[in-house]
Design a protein around this ligand. Structure first.
Ligand code: PBG
Length: 322
C-alpha cells in the first residue's frame, strides 16, 4: 500500500489558475439594490444604523436610479415610507401613494427593472404586516389588502412584486388578483422563507416599520427551524410563486442550500440590513479589509445556492468588480 498526498496548492499558484478553477462567481446581473422612498422633495437622509444608505424623496430617487444604471446595476426593490399611516395601511394601495409615484417616475426616466416590496408594515400605524383583529395580525382579512397593493404597484408600472408579509395564502391571492386585472406576466418573487430575525433591526429604522406592540413571531418563522423552510417554499411554489426567497442570508446559508437542492426554482437571498450594518461597522473600525469582506460575504451566498442576491452592497460591488 502506498500513501500519497494531494497537492491542492498546484491549482492555487496564481490568479490565472485560481480563476480558471473557481467554482462560483458574482456579477451585477445577480444583484437587486433596495431603495427607501419618502414623500416630499429634496430629501436625502442617511439611515443612522446603515452608513451609505439613505431615505430619499422621488427627485433624488430618480437621480439615484440613473447613477445605478450607469454603474451597471439592473434591478431595484422599492420600499415606501408614507407620511400618513393608519390601521388599514391605506397608503399601500393608494394609486397615488409614494411608491406608485416613485414607480412612475423611475419608469419615465430609466430602464431599470423595478421590483416592489408588498407588505403593510411601513403603512400601518401599528407597524405590523397586516390587519389587527383581537391583538394579532389576522391572516385572511389581510390577504385582500395585499392583493390591492400588488395590483396598484403593477398598474403604476412595476416589473415584479415581492410579498414579504408572511401571511398564508398571499401568493395565491395576489396571483389571482394580478391575473384578473390582466397582469398575468408580472412575476411574483415570494419572501417564502422569512425568519423572525433580529437582523432586521436597522431596516426598521430605515423603513420606520417597528411594530408598536409585540413582535412578528406569530407570522415570521422560528430561527430554530429547518424543515419548516421546505414547507413554506413548497406552498408558495404551489400557489404560483416564480422566485423563492430566503431571508436573512448569511445566518441562514444552510437553508439557502436546502431550498436550492429541493426545488427547481430560481432562489433569491436577502442579505439584510443587519448583515450590512454589522459588516459596515467592522469596516468603519478598521477591523476588516472593506472590499474583501464584502465580496466574501456575497460569494458565500452564491456558493450556498442563491441565484439572486438583494443587497445594500450592490453599489460597492459595482465599484469593486466594475
Ligand atoms: C417588510 C420587510 C422587512 C424587510 C424586508 N421587507 C422587515 C421586517 O419584516 O420587519 C427586512 C429587510 C432588511 O432587514 O434589510 N416586512
Amino acid at each position: 500500500m502506498t500513501f500519497a498526498f494531494n497537492r491542492g496548492r498546484r491549482l492555487r499558484k496564481n490568479e490565472i489558475i485560481r480563476s480558471m478553477v473557481r467554482e462560483n462567481s458574482l456579477t451585477l446581473d445577480d444583484l437587486i439594490y433596495p431603495l427607501f422612498v419618502v414623500e416630499g422633495n429634496g430629501i436625502k437622509k442617511e439611515v443612522s444604523s446603515m452608513p451609505g444608505i439613505y431615505q430619499m424623496s422621488i427627485d433624488y430617487i430618480v437621480d439615484e436610479v440613473r447613477e445605478l444604471e450607469r454603474l451597471g446595476i439592473k434591478a431595484v426593490i422599492l420600499f415606501g415610507i408614507p407620511d400618513h399611516k393608519d390601521e388599514f395601511g391605506s397608503e399601500a394601495y393608494n394609486d397615488n401613494g409614494v411608491i406608485q409615484q416613485a414607480i412612475r417616475a423611475i419608469k419615465e426616466n430609466s430602464n431599470i427593472y423595478v421590483i416592489t416590496d408588498v407588505c403593510m408594515c411601513e403603512y400601518t400605524s401599528h407597524g405590523h404586516c397586516g390587519i389587527i383583529v383581537d391583538g394579532d395580525v389576522d391572516n385572511d382579512s389581510t390577504l385582500n389588502y395585499l392583493a390591492m397593493e400588488a395590483v396598484s404597484h403593477a398598474k403604476a408600472g412595476a416589473d415584479m412584486v415581492a410579498p414579504s408579509d408572511m401571511m398564508d395564502g398571499r401568493v395565491l391571492t395576489i396571483r389571482r388578483s394580478l391575473d384578473s386585472e390582466g397582469f398575468y406576466n408580472i412575476p411574483i418573487m415570494s419572501y417564502a422563507v422569512k425568519y423572525a430575525s433580529a437582523f432586521y433591526g436597522p431596516f426598521r429604522d430605515a423603513a420606520e416599520s417597528t411594530p408598536q406592540f409585540g413582535d412578528r413571531r406569530s407570522y415570521q418563522m422560528d430561527p430554530a427551524n429547518r424543515l419548516e423552510a421546505l414547507r413554506e417554499a413548497r406552498s408558495d411554489i404551489n400557489e404560483g410563486a416564480d422566485i423563492i426567497m430566503v431571508k436573512p442570508a448569511l445566518p441562514y446559508l444552510d437553508i439557502i442550500r436546502d431550498v436550492r437542492e429541493k426545488f427547481d426554482m430560481p432562489v433569491a437571498a436577502y442579505n439584510v440590513s443587519g448583515e450590512y450594518s454589522m459588516i459596515m461597522a467592522g469596516i468603519q473600525r478598521g477591523w476588516f479589509d472593506k472590499d474583501r469582506v464584502i465580496m466574501e460575504g456575497l460569494i458565500s451566498i452564491k456558493r450556498a445556492g442563491a441565484d439572486i442576491i438583494l443587497t445594500y452592497f450592490a453599489k460597492e460591488v459595482a465599484r469593486i468588480i466594475g
